[in-house]
Design a protein around this ligand. Structure first.
Ligand SMILES: N[C@@H](CCC(=O)N[C@@H](CS)C(=O)NCC(=O)O)C(=O)O
Length: 204
């Protein structure tokens, strides 16, 4: 599989899961400074002009949640998506929160032009990021198992995603140690060989 990614982005989550599974993949790093994600060649692969994109034998797949679940389905023996429908739904509730709220809070720092045109609006959005990211940390701290994995004793596809978002906290002005259970999850994930391999890849 070909995997399009970029440094410091949510594509780290896909890279970690690929490493966890041992599936073969070829990483293609996009240069955001050169706006490679906006170029016609890339938009033909991902019309949203974002990362990650996974090129599978069935075609091009976008959206972290869809990609992570697709990868998990290639290795059913790893049980990366809970077999029990309620447990799986609980995991997806966390994942939708990561995609629609936690990540979007972070995006207000550098992608304000998606929502506003005035410079003063950008400044306002940037100023708000430590508060909203802190609120999301508190939500996860209070509502996820984090024992030790996001959903409990077993690793699921939610874990690399949560870890990836937490790599942004420092830059977003949030001290993760204020959320001890989340901080323990971050440290635990950070120690995994998959994360070391993604560092080696140069996107973390
Ligand atoms: N919901 C998407 C979000 C993807 C996304 O926003 N990726 C960002 C990087 S973290 C991106 O590619 N941004 C490029 C841009 O906005 O030009 C997912 O989780 O895959």
């Amino acid at each position: 599989m070909k995997f399009y990614c970029a440094p410091k982005t949510v594509s780290i989550a896909t890279a970690i899961l690929l490493e966890e599974t041992g599936l073969a993949y070829e990483a293609v790093k996009l240069d955001f400074a050169a706006a490679e994600q906006t170029k016609p060649d890339y938009r033909r692969i991902n019309p949203k002009g974002r990362v990650p994109t996974l090129i599978t034998e069935r075609g091009s797949l976008t959206e972290t949640g869809a990609i992570l679940e697709y990868i998990a389905a290639q290795v059913p023996e790893m049980n990366l998506v809970p077999a029990d429908p309620w447990d799986a739904a609980q995991m997806r509730a966390v994942m939708y929160y990561l995609a629609a709220t936690f990540h979007v809070n972070h995006a207000h720092k550098v992608r304000g032009s998606r929502w506003a045109d005035q410079q003063s609006s950008y400044q306002d959005m940037i100023a708000k990021v430590p508060e909203t990211m802190g609120q999301s940390c508190a939500f996860v701290e209070e509502n996820c198992a984090l024992s030790p994995f996001a959903m409990g004793t077993d690793m699921t596809v939610a874990d690399p995603w949560l870890f990836t978002i937490c790599t942004w906290l420092d830059g977003d002005g949030v001290d993760i140690t204020a959320y001890p259970r989340l901080a323990a999850h971050f440290e635990m994930m950070h120690a995994r060989p998959s994360v070391a391999a993604v560092k080696e890849l140069g996107i973390l």
